[in-house]
Design a protein around this ligand. Structure first.
Ligand SMILES: [Zn+2]
Length: 291
């Protein structure tokens, strides 16, 4: 499943590709891809004719502002999204593809969006859990994309720090791995980057969250943001079938410390990396480095 670095990589790709993109035609190939009120009918009607503005990311959600007028969009530094918002969640396997020329869609194509020049942004999703929304102008995105309401702070924001974590995890017996996966505690981390940041912070994934000392929580905050930063720099992960807009797999993986390295030697101490299911997720750690 794409996590924060992969979604951020997709966001950057969309922001680069969709400069000066006016939506001319929309085709929804699978109704359940559209999660906003009015379904595909409303979605298609409201997106057609809109200019795509800036792309924002919140946790694993992507949102583009929509604008009626290109002149206003290019003149203002923060133009009013008078066409509302277009929201996207990739879920398990959603991915965008950019097609310069006409090509026939694969069977997993869910949504197709063209501009007047016939260039196509295609949303392909084998597992079909990905979702899109149209948010009417004047409404905060979280009124329609309700999952946004439950999100905890962004890892790179000042709100995410050790005192915040200490307060949120106080008295909790829940394993720290499971707490980090909880999007209401911190937005955007998933299985890969929780394993990697717990290794970097030398904390065992099973540790009851409430038992972590301030100094450990501080290390964990630093390690999580650092691991995410490195992966964003690598264009996301090599694991899973993640692809960016140009069809390219990320580079984070060759440098993974523990994730999917079960049975292999720890890169620090040579102890075999353990793999075990924890809270239903495959979890990787070094029994020597992480205590
Ligand atoms: Zn080790």
């Amino acid at each position: 499943m794409p996590e924060l670095p992969e979604v951020e990589t997709v966001r950057r790709g969309l922001a680069d590709r969709l400069v000066d993109f006016q939506i001319d035609q929309v085709e929804v190939c699978r109704e359940r891809a559209i999660a906003s009120p009015g379904g595909s009918g409303e979605f298609i009607k409201m997106l057609c004719g809109m200019h795509v503005g800036s792309w924002l990311r919140r946790g694993k959600y992507l949102m583009a502002s929509l604008h009626h007028d290109f002149a206003q969009l290019s003149a203002d530094s923060e133009p009013d999204p008078d066409g509302g918002w277009w929201g996207v969640h990739l879920r398990m396997t959603g991915q965008f593809q950019w097609h310069e020329a006409i090509s026939s869609p694969c069977p997993h194509t869910r949504v197709r969006i063209w501009n007047k020049k016939g260039k196509e942004l295609r949303f392909v999703d084998t597992r079909s859990f990905g979702q899109m929304w149209w948010v009417p102008p004047g409404n905060a995105p979280e009124t329609i994309i309700t999952g946004l309401q439950k999100l905890g702070p962004e890892p790179f924001s000042s709100a995410f720090n050790s005192s915040y974590l200490r307060q949120r995890l106080k008295g909790s017996k829940r394993p720290i791995k499971s707490a980090l996966l909880d999007q209401s505690i911190v937005a955007g981390a998933g299985n890969i980057y929780t394993d990697e940041s717990l290794f970097a912070a030398r904390i065992r994934p099973h540790t009851p969250s409430g038992q972590l000392k301030s100094v450990e929580l501080e290390r964990l905050c630093d390690c999580l943001t650092e691991v995410l930063r490195v992966s964003i720099g690598a264009g996301g992960t090599t694991f899973s079938d993640f692809r960016d807009l140009e069809g390219i797999n990320g580079n984070y993986g060759g440098q993974a410390w523990v994730y999917r390295r079960g049975g292999q030697a720890c890169r620090i101490c040579s102890t075999p990396i353990r793999r075990e299911s924890l809270c239903g997720r495959g979890t990787h750690w070094c029994p020597n480095c992480q205590r």
